[in-house]
Write a protein that binds this ligand. Structure first.
Ligand code: C5P
Length: 306
């Protein structure tokens, strides 16, 4: 039975991909120093919040998303986000949280981070807390490395463990075909394997070539500037992904890229028409679970008040 009382706010937050993911040697706290370029892509989770006596989470999903791996209430990052925001303001409030997932779970696209970011923005509006952008980013950073970027959206550099975000000039409009996988990959496991396959990595940095490609907005330049340090580790753990990469290359994509720590594989296209052709090529090769999405798109934003 619902304990919902009163108004509801719905916030939409995007998935992220990493156009560049440079990873250094693990720090003292176990996290890896990153120099990454995030891009928000048009695949979304919608989070609806309404005030309630107790915290609760209900999750529904698009057909391409497997819900089996979504954590239950107390472990769910959306509830952690809600509690963190209430604590920050010293208010003893709780909420019912409904998540509609369009971002694959454990897919390397920061779906959980999107839920956390959306919850922060939604509760801030619902409870009229007027949290400053700096405070929201600070709370977001404590929740997870990718959460600040889910607030920001667009294209941005991520430093530190990925939580220090700075918008980047990006004059392009791109399309990506995201090819999902039935089996998720654990991010900590991929990072641990990275330490094995790459024991002495150089300090990571964002290449000027990528910055220049984004300023030009030229998809051909972007195609040659993409890089993911985690790819060898992820492909080593999941050799089946090599076939998806090869199919992507054969489908006429401008470039093939592992999304974050995987297993989602990204295929770059210049426009919607090209993306449709690439997606058709992948379907013909047996890849049914995929989506063609534009990028860059906005960060977490209100889409409905009720
Ligand atoms: O920050 P987040 O909760 O998303 O990180 C999940 C896990 O991914 C961490 O516990 C850590 O194992 C790994 N990670 C890392 N270095 C980063 C970001 C994440 O080792 N910069």
């Amino acid at each position: 039975m619902s304990t919902r009382t009163g108004d509801a706010v719905t916030v939409r937050a995007p998935a992220k991909i990493n156009l560049h993911l440079g990873v250094g040697a693990p720090r003292g706290d176990g996290f890896h120093p990153l120099a990454t370029v995030y891009q928000a892509v048009g695949l979304y989770d919608d989070v609806t919040v309404s005030t309630a006596e107790h915290w609760s989470v209900e999750v529904v999903a698009d057909p391409h998303v497997d819900l089996a791996q979504v954590p239950a209430t107390e472990d769910n990052i959306a509830v952690q986000a809600g509690r963190a925001l209430a604590d920050h303001h010293g208010v003893a409030l709780a909420a019912q949280i409904e998540i509609h997932k369009g971002i694959p779970v454990a897919g390397g696209m920061a779906g959980g981070s999107a839920d956390a970011a959306a919850t922060l923005v939604a509760l801030d509006r619902l409870w009229d807390l007027q949290t400053s952008d700096d405070d929201l980013l600070m709370i977001a950073a404590r929740l997870g490395s990718d959460v600040p970027f889910a607030l920001l959206g667009g294209t941005a550099v991520g430093l530190g463990r990925g939580e220090q975000v700075e918008p980047l000039t990006d004059n392009g409009h791109y399309w990506w075909v995201a090819v999902f996988n039935d089996t998720g990959l654990s991010t900590p496991e991929v990072y641990r394997h990275y330490d094995v396959v790459c024991p002495e990595p150089p300090a990571p940095c964002v290449p000027d070539r990528l910055r220049e490609a984004l300023v030009s907005g030229d998809v051909s330049l972007l195609a040659t500037a993409l890089h993911n340090d985690l790819a060898p580790a992820a492909l080593d753990l999941r050799p089946d992904l090599r076939e998806t990469v090869a199919d992507g290359e054969a489908s006429g994509a401008r470039a093939v890229l592992l999304s974050g720590s995987g297993p989602t594989i990204l295929l770059l296209a210049a426009d919607a028409e090209e993306a449709r052709t690439v997606a058709g090529g992948m379907r013909a090769r047996g890849h049914e679970r995929l989506a063609a999405v534009p990028a860059p798109v906005h960060g977490a934003h209100v889409v409905r008040l009720a």
